[in-house]
Write a new protein. Sequence first.
Length: 354
Amino acid sequence: MTTRYERTWDNRRKQSKQTPADESANGARSVTDQTRASYYGVPVIHKPHWKWLIIVYFFVGGISGASYVLASIAHLVGGKDAGRIVRAGRYLSLAALLPSPILLILDLGRPERFHHMLYILKLRSTMSVGTWILTIFSGFCGLSALIQAAEDGLLSRIGFANRLLLALPAKAIGAIGSLFGFGMSGYTGILIAATAVPFWAKNYRLMGPLFLTSALSNASAAITLTLSLARGTSHSTLQRLEHLDMLAAIGELTLLIMARRNLGPVIARPLREGSLGNIYRWGVLGVGITAPLALLSLTRLKPHAAPRLLAGISAALTLIGGFLFRYVFVMAGRASADDPQATYEFTRRERPLG
């Protein structure tokens, strides 16, 4: 009389069309490998539920934090010509920040969950730290935007408040707030790396810097696009932003190459196959990085070749690529969680068996 285990094993062997002779021929394979092959594609871990809400949050949140950082740096060391960059960076930071908590609360499902996260700070919890970063950064971002509004004369009717805002140390506030701006820009990469998803966890050292660099690239592009459409923006101001765009794009491309090589052929499968692979090659690398670098190089070689138009187009392509980057990385993480081979490859590399 056969046991339940023997009947199950016979059924699995029939499904895989293997005979006992075939199994003997594969005797060099370890018991662990045979056990792995018996899962028949069943995922080993649960994939994250994150989709469009988190993708958009990663995108606008990164722009908000990085725009604030760039505005603060321009205010500290940019000189008189950096006034437009400071103004655009502060307003863009606030505009991109406003939907961020809404998107995060909608993803949590219940508004009180966001509130409950503020009861205590758990330094070992990336989600808890990220929630506090978002909350504290919101205060600095809103205050700097109000200071900018007062400097622009938009609050002149509110006499006392306008004078109080103008008396505040804007540079010191921007410098301290930039610390949280950096955190806002890069913590999302650390957040997804602190999971069991192979595509994210494999590059846990690179995900934070990669998301930070991408956020700086997107924020610089957003400021460039805004100022290229505004009247009175000087060519020297656009040139400063173009230099920053090129540095950020080169840094992002370098980190993407490093992350891709570190994944290996199995875990990096979503970047090579199917629609995600096409979006990564032609959208992220092509439209988002290669094309803007080519346009920026053209403006340097031919400074009189419609610099405002080329800068605007380059910035728009960078923003498209930045959004596609977050879409690809979130969805590729979901795909790798559904792939048991990716999980086995990750655990084998990180914790060798035997």
